[in-house]
Design a binder for this molecule. Structure first.
Ligand code: ATP
Ligand code: MG
Length: 372
């Protein structure tokens, strides 16, 4: 255990050298110890390099311990560092205030070195376990997303193969004509055919890009897009499904000045799943899926609404959990909405069911609006 503990860094913040010395002596050899003699110095040190635990004195000139704690909790990446207040104050009110600010423990001076050691050890280990759990959750989530992409890849590849056949046919027909026009010396017609061939190859290229995007587990770049472009990209992807369905998707006009910052592929994946779910719910009926985009400062709302049968209340409550599905194995993994929620949250947004009754369901994706 000693080796593992040695790797953990403890930051002692106190304005009095004598206190630093006593605490340092107590923890010597057990941790990698750093010192700060003021709140300001402590904040700078944490910003640069995060310790695994902070022992924080309350009464200090300048920025006091409470304020250091408050500011640390505001610094996103320092949020998880356990803070133990260590102080001569022994008033219950001060203790309460310390806990309210997010401290994990409170030790009063004069302290018993064995108690300090025990409490520091407890909180360092708790943090280690928490970090470990977080790592596992992160890893599993990314594995799930990857496997969902592969599953999606399987289902869309049949559709894509079909989609590639059309432009391929179009290209070869135009190439034959081009051959004729070149031999007869008709330059204008030849150019026309060349343009068509280029259109066809671009379309195939685009389809292949989608496949590549789905099969890689890579972090895509987040760029600024018009919401209308994101929606129309996902509608393009729905083309094949729509041909096979008796339902229609209607998109209300979207204001061209509405922008979001997103990874286009991921956001399309979210919308495609919502539209696909709506079409599934509509089954063989001649239903309607409405796409409505609204501004609700400071957010953009993208609503996908259908006039299907709605969702059972019991199912609706856990619908964003993984593997919740009413579809057969070939038709649904039950990961769609789970992944969708993950992707939306990765974009700083939220996804929720905003209407649900026998007249249909509505899902709303809320994303931060990107101002010009
Ligand atoms: N618009 C909707 N109307 C009715 N039920 C819905 C609607 N959207 C989702 N559901 C229900 O929620 C379940 C979970 O949806 P989710 O997208 O997570 O998985 P799935 O569609 O079953 O599988 P996959 O997305 O992998 O194809 C669906 O099986 C369906 O029962
Ligand atoms: Mg789905």
């Amino acid at each position: 255990m000693g080796n593992v503990l040695n790797k953990h860094r403890v930051l002692i913040v106190d304005d009095q050298t004598s206190n630093i010395r006593v605490l340092g002596e107590t923890l010597k050899g057990l941790y990698d110890i750093q010192f700060a003699r003021s709140g300001k110095e402590a904040l700078e040190m944490v910003e640069e390099n995060q310790p695994d635990l902070i022992l924080l004195d309350i009464m200090m000139p300048g920025i006091d311990g409470y304020e250091v704690c408050r500011r640390l909790k505001e610094m996103g990446n320092a949020l998880d560092i356990p803070i133990i207040f260590i102080t001569a104050k022994d008033d219950a009110c001060d203790e309460t205030r310390g806990f309210q600010l997010g401290a994990v423990d409170y030790i009063t001076k004069p302290f018993n070195p064995d108690i300090v050691k025990a409490r520091v050890k407890t909180h360092v280990e708790l943090k280690r376990h928490r970090d470990h759990l977080n790592d596992i959750v992160k890893e599993r989530t990314s594995q799930l997303i990857h496997s969902d992409r592969l599953a999606t890849l399987g289902t869309i590849s049949a559709a894509v193969a079909h989609e590639i056949k059309n432009p391929l046919f179009f290209i070869s027909a135009n190439a034959e004509l081009l051959h004729q026009y070149v031999t007869t010396g008709n330059a204008r017609k030849s150019l026309e055919k060349i343009t068509k061939i280029m259109d066809g190859t671009r379309r195939i290229g685009r389809l292949i890009d989608y496949l590549k995007g789905y099969s890689h587990n890579k972090e895509g770049e987040k760029l600024i897009y018009r919401v209308s472009d994101v929606v129309s990209d996902s509608l393009d992807l729905m083309g094949y499904r729509l041909k096979q369905s008796r339902s229609v998707i209607k998109c209300q006009p979207i204001s061209p000045d509405l922008m979001i910052r997103c990874d286009l592929q991921k956001m399309s994946q979210v919308l495609v799943n919502l539209m696909g779910n709506a079409l599934d719910a509509l089954g063989d009926s001649e239903g309607v899926v409405d796409i409505v985009v609204e501004r609700e400062e400071p957010s953009v709302l993208i609503r996908v609404r259908d006039n299907g049968p709605g969702i059972e209340q019991e199912q609706a409550e856990c619908i964003f959990e993984p593997f919740i599905t009413s579809k057969s194995k070939e038709h649904g993994t039950g990961l769609g909405l789970f992944i969708a929620r993950h992707l939306v949250e990765e974009h700083g947004g939220r996804i929720s069911i905003t209407k649900n009754d026998r007249a249909g369901a509505e899902f709303t994706v809320q994303l931060p609006e990107e101002k010009k």
